[in-house]
Write a protein that binds this ligand. Structure first.
Ligand code: SAM
Length: 224
């Protein structure tokens, strides 16, 4: 049985394989993915529509826990050279249909990626599924793979988009703002996007989700 209590995370490993084929439509579909990438574009300047130009400028993005690749595909459309990483084979099978040859099955706390090799890492709706220790292992890995000046964009405070209170610490924005500078990732702005959700809304209308950006110290800037 799926347990939605956030203190019990035992449902996470198998849940996404089970729901992969219906996941996108139940979470706002392509409209939601576009809203994410629009908001992200206010935090990180997109490379532009030419994938070839993006590749030549080496604007590499890893969409960590990218699931079905629905957001990854919109990032690719914005010009990023994207790889989708996830540990769910079911979710990645959907992603492979969108971005053939651009999917990677792995755990987010052990990224099979070279140090300082990426311009952008995205983590959308995933930290909230992890305990704090695992979330911090993911964040440390993210800091390792970003080049100086590269950016991390993640969703924070996800449960607060659905309800007025939360016990989830892993994606708490204040906590992230404290721990990420310890790995050389400095706060670089916030944005919001709205999308339908089966988990309810803390406000009238669709929930409002928070994106937070962090910049790896040093290197050329990629600000908006
Ligand atoms: C809520 S979905 C979000 C998917 C995608 N980011 C999106 O916005 O559509 C969470 C994803 O995190 C993945 N995931 C959870 N824990 C993971 C881990 N430790 N390593 C890699 N992927 C993980 C799940 O398999 C699932 O695809």
């Amino acid at each position: 049985m799926v347990c939605w209590g956030m203190s019990d995370l035992s449902w996470v490993p198998t849940y996404y394989d089970d729901v992969a084929s219906s996941y996108d439509e139940s979470r706002g579909g392509v409209e939601r993915a576009r809203a994410v990438v629009r908001a992200l574009g206010t935090l990180v300047r997109p490379p532009g529509p030419s994938v070839a130009a993006a590749a030549s400028r080496r604007e590499r993005c890893l969409d960590v826990a990218g699931g079905t690749g629905i957001v990854s595909a919109e990032l690719a459309a914005a010009g990023w050279s994207v790889v989708v990483l996830d540990r769910s084979a079911g979710m990645l099978a959907e992603a492979a249909g969108r971005l053939p040859g651009r999917v990677l099955r792995a755990d987010a706390d052990r990224l099979p990626v070279r140090t300082a090799s990426l311009d952008l890492v995205t983590i959308i709706w995933m930290l909230n599924l992890l305990d704090v220790a695992t979330a911090d292992a993911v964040l440390a890995e993210t800091a390792r793979v970003l080049r100086p000046g590269g950016r991390l964009v993640l969703t924070a405070d996800k449960e607060l988009a659905h309800a007025s209170t939360t016990t989830v610490r892993s994606d708490d924005s204040e906590r992230l703002g404290t721990v990420l500078p310890g790995w050389g990732l400095d706060p670089a702005g916030t944005a919001t996007f709205s999308a339908p959700s089966p988990w309810g809304s803390a406000r009238v209308g669709d929930p409002l989700f928070r994106l937070a950006a962090f910049r790896r110290a040093g290197g050329p800037d990629r600000g908006p």
